[in-house]
Design a protein. Structure first.
Length: 323
């Protein structure tokens, strides 16, 4: 499977990936976004920013790049970069289906994306992803599975996903919401012809939202590659927005808050790939210091104490404005 290429890598950043949610479209919910991106967020401007980040990430040893159908033009930007960088044949490319981007390149749209986990949406979006990424697509994930998602029970969908897996595509799922652990365990139980369907899981996990941890450990033990998203809690763990306990540990380590926050996630033995959601090259460079952060038991305990009640965390996340 493609993640074996990451497992065999020896660079310090082999367990780091770059997610394109923040740069594939003009609007997103990360804090500080108004400072991170140019005010004139044209397609060409964000294409250039995406390529700048991909270049920087690749040069610093990152080999996993993560897109989605709902991340505006992220697949298109990534495909353009891959065509222009034939030397980047060693990267692993992941994308996701299940949300449709509906903001029409606006930051003030009433709805930025619409969720639909039906077979028809999979077939449409699979064709769209294939047109852009072709055989460079290694991993295709169901986007934001929840315990009530029809994708967990649709046997026709499972059959088509298994057929895609038989042709070499790795099939995974991502999760969101306060019941991530339930969704992970339900997805792990999905089989086709007696074989587990999913080979990867991508979940939100950070110092403030740790509820998926035990289920992610179970997934890792069952042989799934675990990808961690939103390790920065959409900017709540960066710079001036970071809690004082995190700022204190950062001062002790001599690193920035973002590197410490991501180091906490890397410390989990089940974390296969931890995504940076950087929107600037400076943010990316700081994020990629995470593997060098050495946290002692006291520091880990103080960071673990930051965890919030899951429903409160997700309620606050849902209130973050699109910028």
């Amino acid at each position: 499977m493609p993640f074996a290429r990451l497992a065999s890598a020896t660079t310090a950043t082999c367990h780091m990936g770059l997610g394109l949610a923040a740069v594939g479209r003009p609007g997103y919910i990360n804090l500080g976004r108004e400072r991170d991106l140019p005010s004139d967020r044209t397609v060409d401007a964000l294409r250039a920013r995406t390529h700048e980040l991909l270049d920087a990430a690749y040069a610093q040893g990152v080999r996993y790049f993560d897109a989605a159908r709902s991340y505006g033009r992220s697949e298109e930007f990534l495909a353009d970069w891959l065509r222009a960088r034939p030397e980047a044949g060693d990267v692993v490319v992941g994308s996701k289906w299940g949300y449709t981007y509906t903001a029409d390149w606006r930051t003030d749209a009433e709805h930025h994306e619409v969720k639909d986990h039906s077979l028809a949406t999979y077939e449409r979006q699979r064709a769209e992803s294939a047109e852009l990424l072709g055989d460079r697509l290694d991993l295709y994930q169901i986007h934001s599975v929840t315990p009530d998602s029809p994708a967990l029970t649709d046997q026709k969908l499972h059959t088509e996903l298994a057929e895609a897996a038989g042709r070499g595509l790795t099939i995974g799922f991502s999760t969101s919401g306060p019941a991530q652990a339930d969704a992970i365990r339900a997805a792990m139980a999905v089989t086709v012809d007696g074989e587990p369907l999913f080979r990867t899981v991508q979940s939100t996990y950070n110092a403030l939202e740790t509820s998926a941890g035990p289920a992610l450990a179970e997934a890792h033990d069952a042989g799934l590659t675990v990808i961690v998203k939103e390790g920065m809690a959409n900017g709540r763990l960066a710079g001036p927005d970071a809690p004082e306990a995190l700022r204190a540990v950062a001062r002790e380590t001599g690193m920035d808050c973002d590197a410490v926050a991501l180091a906490l996630v890397l410390h989990r033995p089940w974390a296969g790939v931890v995504l940076s959601g950087a929107a600037t090259a400076a943010q990316l460079a700081s994020n990629l210091h995470a593997p060098a952060v050495d946290l002692d038991e006291d520091q880990l305990a103080r960071l673990d104490a930051l965890a919030e009640e899951p429903r409160a965390y997700w309620e606050r996340r849902g209130q973050l404005p699109w910028h």
